[in-house]
Every structure is written in structure tokens, then in C-alpha cells.
Design a binder for this molecule. Structure first.
Ligand code: GLY
Ligand code: MN
Ligand code: MN
Length: 431
């Protein structure tokens, strides 16, 4: 990992917060993610399981975390299993965590840290004291992967091996906890945002007619990695001209032309936490009048939507309200007809033709972070705010996206200092 160490107080507190939600006599098992294969002997880069990271800070493959808060023997209340190193591993892969380092990282006592080959022996001393076994699954509502995860394999093996325990879903508890960011997490998100801002300010100096979308991508990656980021928080969207109307445009292989607007949905990760920024800027440094009008409409929707990201509001009401604000902007731009809007099917509003995605999502260890849409907004939640207008017939797409932390009294825009006003963008591009 490139990031600097995180205080283990965060992970210790997270384990305590989870323990408070468990039924008595419960054991919880969390696995590291698999390393995904590519071709031949190739693999994708390792990405830790976010729940395991959240509860331990351990960012190493083949880790297992077992929690049993009311086990009679203190040694078995928080147990970590680590991949033991060897001379071969040291030569080919380099350093792996020692028990001392894992204790320092996680706040779990060294007495309770074992090697993974000891797992069977240790686990059997724990599991029969438990009534309930909490196992993890991916319960993200947009999860559509066909790959069998380590968690899925664990569920099968456990049910075969321990058929008479009562099984519980860990995911809802993790979603509940992770929705409210701890102060240390907010600092990490702010760092991801700060690095993102540096990248954005850097690209403003590079964008001009003739630049290629991938050249902008390379500038950003250079900035991010130089600042201890692993790189992009998600596949970057660098979409000039009509490409901006392709919502998941990832090719980034076109030359940017004079007169076009370029939509940049680009952000850094830091210590597994993700920023999520979108800006739309003129390739030649000056917006046309039409581009300005559309841009101001999107900016207006973002500013109004932000006012609704406050404690007590509900997800569906918020999205409905933002839809109405967008509707009136689209009428103002001459894209929607006022009378047709008045008679539209409320389940299929006309604004969807130009604004076809949601306005917000939870943000954190996952870009589309876990959280429950039926839970009222609360202090500590972090959301994106990302309205957009995509006019395919004009080859113009504009989206703006900031990251908003809900507080007791309202919210804080974590991207406040990232240029968004037309004059500021034009000024910076023409210096
Ligand atoms: N960058 C992904 C999103 O905005 O949701
Ligand atoms: Mn985005
Ligand atoms: Mn987003």
C-alpha cells in the first residue's frame, strides 16, 4: 500500500460498534477478497474486502477475521488469521505482515493473531460456543456479478460443516454501520478529494483543441499516484463532445475538438476510500452561449439539490424533488414543453429523456457505497450530488458532481474548493 498508516482506533471502534448490533453468542467470519485471475498466470491487482478492511485495517490477501465478542476466553473475542510468509514469498512477493505489525494495524492483540494454516485448529475451539454464525454476502442492490466469491464459498462450506447453527446476514449490519462515516474516514475521504482537486487543476492546464482523451487520463494518473493514491477510484470517464451522452463511456480514445465540451468523471482513491468528481469544461477554454445555458441549468440543480441533503430527508422524496427542479430547468432550455410536462405520466416523467440517472449515491469504501435508501439522511452520511443534462441531438452532455457530508445542522460540500463556476473555469483555462 502506498498510503500512510491509519490509526487503529478507527478499526477497534468499528468492531465495538458491530459487537453492539450482534445477538448474544454470535460468531462473525469475514474473508479477504480473492485475487481475480486474468489469463495464463496473470492476476488482477488485489483489492481488499471492504468490510474486512473496515473492521481490521488489514490490507493483505488471504486474511480472515473472526469476531466473537462474548466468548468466555478473551483470546477468542477478536481473532485474526494472516498468511504466513516464507523465504519463497519474501523473494517473489516481498514483505508480508508480521504479527506485531498486524497488531499495530488492527488493534487486535498479538495473542489473538494466528497464521491461516492454524485456522481449523483455532476455529473449532470457538464455533461450538456460538449459537449464531454471521456470514457476509454482497447485498448491494446493483450487484450483478456471476463470479463466486470467497464469501459464497464460505457459506456453502459452513452450512455443510456446521448445519445446526443459526445463520445470520452480516451485510445489513455492515451497511448500517458503514453509512455513518467516522471522523477518521472523513479525513481519508478528504484526502482523496484533495488529491482529486490537484489532478483537476492540473488537467485544466493541459486541455486544449487537439489533446487526446487518454492524454488527460495519463496526467491525472500521474498526479494521483505521485500523491500515494493507488490511482483512479473507478474507471475514468473522459468524454469529449457527443461521447458525453454515453453515460458509461470508458474508451477515452478520441481527440478533443475546438468548440466541444468535455465531461470528466474522474477521481482518486486514497487508502481504499473514494472521491467521485465530475466536471464539464470547454475544450478551447470558452463555453458557447448554449453550452453556458445548459451548464448553468445543471449547476442550479446541483445547488438546489445540495440544500435537500440534510438530516431527516428521505431518499425517494429527495429524488422526486430534484426531478421537479430539473424539469423546470429543461423547460427553460426549451427541451421540454410545459403543457406536456403538466400532463405527463408521473411514473415516467419526461425529464428522464435528458437526465436518466439518479442524483446521488452513498460514497465511501465503495464508490457506490453501501447504505439503506429507506433510512432518513443522518449526520455522518456522505453522498454524491450529480445532476446532468445529456442532449444527444446537440452532441452535448454536461454533468457536475460533488461529494457532500451531512452534518447535524445541514451539510458540508467536501468539494467546495474545486472550481465549478463558469468564470473560474474559463479564467483558469486561459491563464
Ligand atoms: N463515477 C461513478 C458515478 O458517478 O457514479
Ligand atoms: Mn462520478
Ligand atoms: Mn457518482
Amino acid at each position: 500500500m502506498k498510503y500512510t498508516p491509519i490509526s487503529n482506533e478507527l478499526f477497534t471502534r468499528n468492531r465495538r460498534r458491530l459487537a453492539d448490533l450482534l445477538k448474544p453468542k454470535s460468531i462473525v467470519v469475514l474473508n479477504a477478497n480473492d485475487i481475480m485471475p486474468t489469463n495464463a498466470d496473470g492476476t488482477m491487482g488485489f483489492r481488499q474486502n471492504n468490510d474486512l478492511f473496515y473492521l481490521s485495517g488489514v490490507d493483505q490477501e488471504e486474511t480472515i477475521l473472526v469476531l466473537f465478542p462474548d466468548h468466555p476466553d478473551e483470546k477468542f473475542r477478536e481473532v485474526l488469521f494472516l498468511r504466513e510468509t516464507s523465504e519463497l514469498i519474501e523473494i517473489w512477493e516481498g514483505h508480508k505482515l508480521t504479527k506485531d505489525e498486524a497488531e499495530q494495524t488492527s488493534g487486535i492483540s498479538k495473542k489473538s493473531i494466528f497464521w491461516t494454516h492454524e485456522y481449523e485448529r483455532v476455529f473449532i475451539q470457538m464455533v461450538f460456543e456460538a449459537e449464531h454464525i454471521y456470514l457476509n454476502t454482497n447485498e448491494h442492490t446493483r450487484n450483478s456479478s456471476e463470479v463466486e466469491t470467497r464469501d459464497a464459498r464460505t457459506i456453502r462450506q459452513f452450512k455443510d460443516r456446521y448445519p445446526l447453527h443459526r445463520y445470520e446476514r452480516l451485510a445489513p449490519l455492515m451497511h448500517y454501520l458503514r453509512a455513518i462515516k467516522q471522523p477518521e474516514e472523513i479525513d481519508l475521504l478528504k484526502e482523496a478529494v484533495r488529491i482529486t482537486e490537484d489532478g483537476f487543476r492540473r488537467l485544466l492546464k493541459v486541455v486544449k483543441p487537439g489533446v487526446w482523451e487518454y492524454e488527460i487520463e495519463a496526467e491525472l494518473l500521474h498526479e494521483f499516484v505521485c500523491q500515494r493514491s493507488r490511482g483512479f477510484a473507478y474507471e475514468p470517464i473522459i468524454a469529449s463532445g457527443a461521447n458525453a451522452c454515453v453515460l458509461h463511456y470508458l474508451q477515452n480514445n478520441k481527440q478533443c475538438r475546438d468548440g466541444e465540451v468535455i465531461l470528466l468523471d474522474v477521481a482518486a482513491e486514497y487508502a481504499n476510500y473514494n472521491a467521485d468528481l465530475t466536471r464539464s469544461i470547454p475544450v478551447n477554454g470558452r463555453f458557447t452561449e448554449r453550452q453556458k445555458a445548459v451548464y448553468q441549468a445543471v449547476l442550479h440543480v446541483m445547488k438546489e439539490a445540495k440544500k435537500l441533503l440534510v438530516p431527516g430527508n428521505l431518499w425517494d422524496d429527495y429524488h422526486k424533488e430534484v426531478g421537479k427542479i430539473m424539469e423546470s430547468q429543461l423547460i427553460g432550455l426549451g427541451l421540454l414543453d410545459k403543457e406536456k410536462v403538466a400532463n405527463q405520466d408521473p411514473d415516467n416523467p419526461l425529464y428522464r429523456k435528458y437526465f436518466m440517472h439518479g442524483t446521488s449515491h452513498f460514497l465511501g469504501l465503495d464508490v457506490h457505497d453501501v447504505g439503506n435508501k429507506y433510512r432518513k439522511f443522518e449526520a455522518g452520511m456522505v453522498f454524491t450530488c450529480e445532476p446532468g443534462i445529456y442532449i444527444r441531438e446537440e452532441g452535448l452532455g454536461i454533468r457536475l458532481e460533488n461529494n457532500i457530508l451531512i452534518t447535524e445542522t445541514g451539510n458540508i460540500d467536501l468539494m467546495e474548493s474545486i472550481p465549478v463556476e463558469i468564470e473560474e473555469i474559463e479564467d483558469l483555462m486561459n491563464r
